[in-house]
Design a protein around this ligand. Structure first.
Ligand code: PMP
Length: 420
């Protein structure tokens, strides 16, 4: 059975040309980029070359690109590093400061959204728990979009950071990053020299292949992403840090990455990342993205037409070209996912397994879905290798499985939730 992969938001296969560029850096060019000898210098040159390509893609300077192990790490550095910098400037001692608050030492405030990736949400929860910050979690509307006015309303005099994801990883909705950037700029213009400037971060992990990512246009101080979502390797990503941004490293060790991120460079990964970024800029990729968009629309229309009680989650218009997320009444998403997998189709649900029980996706709950609707949801994400035949085959299988599962469990589920 030929397998069908519709989970490109989870990860993408490494592009063949990307892999080819990476391979020598595992073997003959194996040097440590920090070594002074020629092995090290060759590796450093490759790292710098990739850095240059990535900086140019984002309209940044090379020294503003900090390589990390991925978006999770970049987002952790953002939340914790900005706070650390705040405390180093406005408190006498970072460690003791949570409990020793003077008028100068006000507990800082962070604004984020309720449907961020867990690495942002959990970083925020962690600093709240340590009493280092208060955090506001802005809810999206039913369409999966954040209102700029809701962000504006949440800003207080002690707000130091706003972190809003560019494209939601589950429902693919696109957030008004440029507009928030303008709002932040306006607010900062009213601040005194001595005050901590409001910083703006976006997690652009799901956006990079499809949307404007020039950091000046977006008005961001910090932007994170991961190479494995753009046909690059896993375990490498980056954080754009605008020159002069008040942020401190959170990991101690070597002086790599402008002393912002200690640890030996993942040279093959960084080389692959550079090539992947180069590839998404060529005209072939733009054509592929148009084809992806058409396939997504084809999938959405086919599912909504051919499967009863199916609903698209998130805005139909303001969504990533590769994302289709549906709720199916009277079915359980996990059962659906496993049945599809047995039929050779790979997709995903947003449910998380915690302590042996499935908790419904926080993203779907944040846009107002009930637990049973969230449980009956599936995400299909398309990529450059997806074909129309694969979409046809997927919908055909989906229809059969849903009919079967509804017969077995539909009434049981309705009964279960009505009693809850
Ligand atoms: N943010 C978003 C929006 C993501 O989709 C992901 C990956 N699912 C991450 C962060 C984490 O990225 P990484 O795998 O590089 O740690």
């Amino acid at each position: 059975m030929k397998k069908i992969y519709l989970d490109y938001a989870a990860t993408t296969p490494v592009d063949k040309e990307v892999l080819k560029e990476m391979l020598p850096y595992f073997s003959e060019n194996f040097g440590n980029a920090m070594s002074i000898h020629s092995f090290g210098q060759d590796a450093l040159q490759a790292v710098d070359c990739a850095r240059g390509k990535i900086a140019s893609f984002f309209g940044a300077t090379p020294s503003e690109i900090i390589f990390t192990s991925g978006a999770t790490e970049a987002n952790n550095i953002t939340i914790k590093g900005v706070l650390k910098s705040y405390y180093s400037q406005f408190a006498t001692n970072y460690e003791s400061s949570p409990n020793v608050r003077t008028t100068k030492n006000i507990k800082p405030h962070i604004i984020t959204t309720a449907f961020e990736h867990h690495c942002v949400l959990d970083s925020c929860k962690a600093v709240e728990k340590e009493n280092l910050a208060e955090v506001s979690y802005i809810n999206p509307g039913k369409d999966g979009l954040i209102e700029v006015s809701d962000i504006a309303k949440a800003i207080k005099s002690n707000t130091i950071l706003i972190s809003v994801m560019y494209v939601n990883n589950e429902i693919g909705t696109v957030q008004p990053i440029e507009k928030i950037g303008k709002l932040v700029k306006k607010i900062n213009a009213t601040k005194k020299e001595s005050e901590f400037k409001l910083l703006f971060h976006t997690d652009a992990t799901q956006a990079v292949n499809y949307f404007e990512c020039n950091v000046t246009k977006l008005g961001v101080d910090l932007l994170s992403m991961s190479a494995h979502k753009i046909y690059g390797p896993k375990g490498v990503g980056m954080l754009f840090v605008k020159k002069g941004t008040a942020i401190k490293k959170i990991q101690d060790g070597g002086d790599q990455e402008y002393k912002m991120r200690a640890g030996t460079h993942n040279v093959p990964g960084i080389v692959g990342f550079g090539k992947a970024i180069e590839k998404i800029q060529d005209t072939k990729n733009k054509k592929q993205n148009m084809a992806i968009l058409k396939l997504r629309d084809y999938l959405i229309e086919k599912v909504l037409r051919e499967i009863s009680d199916a609903k698209l989650n998130g805005s139909r218009i303001m969504r990533s070209p590769n994302n289709a997320n549906f709720s199916f009444a009277d079915v359980e998403g996990e059962g659906l996912l496993l049945s599809l997998d047995m039929e050779g189709v790979a997709c995903s649900t947003g449910s998380a397994c915690s302590s042996g029980a499935l908790s419904p996706s926080h993203v779907l709950l944040s846009i107002g879905l009930k637990a049973e609707q969230a449980h009956g949801s599936l995400r299909f994400t398309i990529g450059k290798y997806t074909t129309k035949q694969e979409i046809d085959m997927t919908v055909k299988k989906l229809k059969i499985i849903i009919t079967r599962l509804r017969k077995i469990s539909g009434s049981v589920l309705t009964d279960y939730y009505s009693k809850k």
